[in-house]
Every structure is written in structure tokens, then in C-alpha cells.
Design a protein around this ligand. Structure first.
Ligand code: SF4
Length: 397
């Protein structure tokens, strides 16, 4: 099923150039301001503004590794054409830096599909932190490309789980978004799969498992979120749970428990192992740590929360969701350009749609602002946002 990962043209490890790219990475993405705040209980107080940083935020280990491997790749292949099959991570600053280094992104054609036609034999192709589908890997291999695979080991862990389900002839129930690249890559490793994005989706499927229902309605509801030829009456007899690593952990657990309960009810405890497999320990720690940190932060007396990260970053969206649920005004922005001029902010609403502008988002007088950022947001971006907020408050005070 999977493409060859043993060829000499397949690279999964660092090229040993970490030290050479270290300074460049530090200059580009780290920030003295944030380091100082970390050493000061995650707090900065300037005039009327107090900034409280979440205990865990920003670049995760997997993203750090992927970005560093991309920089190393440029050094290792100084004269080769280098591509990335997708944004290396969901962050506009990082992606534009890579473009400046002469790394090309595989373009999207008019049909909204990736256009690989410009890639020639011998070109170097970087696979992003959230991986690539089996078909994509095959295609690149057939083109005789040099592949640099930065897939996060946590994502690979889920793939191993899915491979286990396939081996045991179980259907993978993937908690994720069917359009998300990671979920596309994960589902490509399963013969039969169904993608559920939410608990109501999962409840809907469980009801079908238990009581049956309108097959056509099922197929139409999950048309884009199921494997080709999916048959709900045959492919839901044995299911295993998998997740897009950036989904809310609590939700994945609830979905797992829901399916387990339904299978218990349908088949009884003595047969449960023949019909249900749990996801095991496949949820990424970094996602969990960032979620736990914002849950803790929103308990503090904050007037506003800023959640910083790419608009297409799933884990950033979840941090925003947690903040909004607490009822504190929370704004998801993708960088300092979203702030100003004056007391204006451009932000992405929680449930999608175009970015919106809000006037007078910063209250008068003393204000405490909670700040967090997604796993693909460099510290430097967070620092620039904080500096801008302080500057606005100092001119409007
Ligand atoms: S969020 Fe988790 S799964 Fe995703 S790249 Fe980071 S460490 Fe890996």
C-alpha cells in the first residue's frame, strides 16, 4: 500500500546540518521578548497593559523539526530545484521565508488539485509536517524525485494505527476534517474509512450502527468523508478509532467512548474486541499541552484573548474555540498586520467566513490580555503582536 521509503532518494532524517542552520532559524523565528516573558512567569506589564502568555504555546517539536529539515535541505542541495507539496506548516511567515529561500510550492490547478507537472526528475521535494498521501508519494517516486519527508512522528504513529486496523480488516473511523491534508494522508492509508468531524457526526453514525437507517442518506451525508465504495451496512461492523492529531483530545476520546459503548450494546462484552479498537495513545502531546494551557489561562481575570496562528491551522482554531466558549472576547489573528491602524483588529470568526474587522477591541484603561498561539506560529510573530498592542495602548491612553 505505501510508497517505498527505503530508496536512497528518500530522506527521513536530518542531514546533520542542524548547527549550520541554527543561527538562521533563531534569527528568523525566536524572540528575546518572549524568552524574557518566559523567564518572568509568562508575564509582561507595560503601562496599562498586562500580557499573560499561556504556559504552552507556539512552535511544537514536530514543526520545529520540519522547519529545520527544510532549511537543512536547502543547504544540502544548494543547486537543486526544491519543492514543497504543501505549506510546510500552516503559517504564512514561515512559508514566505521558505519562498524567499527559493523553495517552490506545488501549485494548485484550476481544478483545485495540485499540479505536479512542473516537477522534474532529480528535483527535491519536501513533504510537510502533516505528511502526504500514498498516491502523492508514489507519484513523486515515479518521477524520480529526491524526497525529504518531514512528517511528524506523531502523525506517523496514527498511520501505524490505521495500518493495524487495515491488517485486521477494521474500518478506520477518523476524527478529523476530510479536507485537511493530514486527514487526507491518513485516510489514504486505510482501505475502508469514515471521517467524522464532530460528536454529532459520530452520534449520527452510531445511531445507524445500532438501529440501521436510510442508506442513501448515510452515503450522501458522508459522500466526501468516506472511502470509495463505502457500504455502511458492511463497513461499520468492525471499527477502530484514529484522529487528526490537531483535533480536540477530549472530543476524540468522547467519540472513541461513544463507538465503544455502541459496539458493546450491539455485540456484548465478550465480542467487543472483534468489533472495536481504541485509538491508543496517538494524540499529540503538543496539541494537548496547548489546549490545557489555554483552558488554564481562561480561568484568569482577562479582558481579551488573542489567539495567533494561520487561518487554516486546525490546532489554532481549537485554541480559539476554547477561549470563545469561556465567554471572553477572543480574536484569532494570523500576525501583527491584523492589528491597527489605531484600535482596530482584523480577525477570523470562529465558524469560518471572511476575516472581520472590529473597532475599539481594546478597552480603555488597564487591560489584561491573554495570549496564545498555535503549534505553527513562531515566537517572533507573537512578539510583534504584543509590541503592536502595547504601542496602541500607549497612544490611546
Ligand atoms: S502539533 Fe503534534 S502532530 Fe502536529 S507537528 Fe506538532 S508535534 Fe507533530
Amino acid at each position: 500500500m505505501s510508497a517505498s521509503t527505503t530508496s536512497a532518494k528518500y530522506h527521513r532524517k536530518s542531514f546533520g546540518l542542524k548547527e549550520e542552520v541554527q543561527d538562521e532559524l533563531q534569527r528568523a523565528y525566536e524572540s528575546d521578548l518572549i524568552t524574557g516573558m518566559r523567564n518572568n512567569g509568562n508575564t509582561l506589564a507595560v503601562g496599562d497593559v498586562t500580557i499573560r502568555l499561556a504556559e504552552a504555546f507556539g512552535f511544537c517539536w514536530g514543526v520545529d523539526r520540519a522547519v529545520s529539515m527544510a532549511y537543512e535541505t536547502r543547504k544540502h542541495f544548494p543547486n537543486r530545484r526544491i519543492w514543497i507539496t504543501n505549506e510546510i506548516i500552516h503559517n504564512p511567515v514561515v512559508n514566505s521565508r521558505l519562498r524567499e529561500m527559493g523553495i517552490d510550492f506545488v501549485p494548485i490547478g484550476d481544478d483545485q488539485k495540485k499540479d505536479f507537472s512542473g516537477i522534474a526528475a532529480g528535483d527535491v521535494v519536501i513533504l510537510p509536517a502533516f505528511g502526504a498521501s500514498v498516491d502523492e508519494m508514489r507519484l513523486l517516486e515515479d518521477k524520480s524525485c529526491e524526497i525529504v519527508d518531514t512528517t511528524c512522528p506523531w502523525v506517523s504513529r496514527v498511520w501505524n494505527r490505521v495500518a493495524k486496523y487495515q491488517h485486521a480488516d477494521f474500518t478506520a473511523i477518523i476524527h478529523g476534517k476530510y479536507k485537511h491534508e493530514e486527514t487526507i494522508a491518513t485516510s489514504s492509508r486505510a482501505r475502508h474509512y469514515l471521517i467524522v468531524q464532530s460528536i454529532p457526526d459520530a452520534e449520527w453514525v452510531c445511531k445507524y450502527i445500532l438501529y440501521g437507517g436510510a442508506r442513501d442518506q448515510f452515503l450522501s451525508k458522508f459522500k466526501k468523508a468516506s472511502s470509495p465504495g463505502f457500504d455502511p451496512d458492511r463497513h461499520l461492523l468492525r471499527v477502530g478509532i484514529a484522529n487528526q492529531t490537531t483535533m480536540l483530545k477530549g472530543e476524540t476520546e468522547q467519540i472513541g467512548k461513544l463507538f465503544e459503548r455502541i459496539m458493546l450494546e450491539k455485540y456484548g462484552p465478550s465480542k467487543i474486541d472483534e468489533h472495536f479498537l481504541s485509538p491508543g495513545d496517538t494524540i499529540c502531546n503538543a496539541t494537548q499541552e496547548r489546549q490545557d494551557a489555554i483552558i488554564k489561562l481562561v480561568e484568569e481575570p482577562l479582558q481579551v484573548i488573542l489567539v495567533i496562528g494561520g487561518y487554516n491551522s486546525s490546532n489554532t482554531g481549537h485554541l480559539h474555540e476554547i477561549a470563545v466558549e469561556k465567554g471572553i472576547p477572543a480574536y484569532h489573528i494570523d500576525g501583527p498586520a491584523c492589528i491597527g491602524p489605531g484600535n482596530l483588529i482584523e480577525h477570523k470568526p470562529l465558524h469560518g467566513g471572511d476575516p472581520e474587522t472590529r473597532e475599539n477591541w481594546l478597552p480603555d484603561g488597564a487591560v489584561t490580555i491573554g495570549v496564545t498561539s498555535g503549534a505553527s506560529t513562531p515566537d517572533q510573530v507573537v512578539a510583534e503582536v504584543i509590541e503592536k498592542v502595547i504601542a496602541i495602548k500607549s497612544t490611546t491612553a
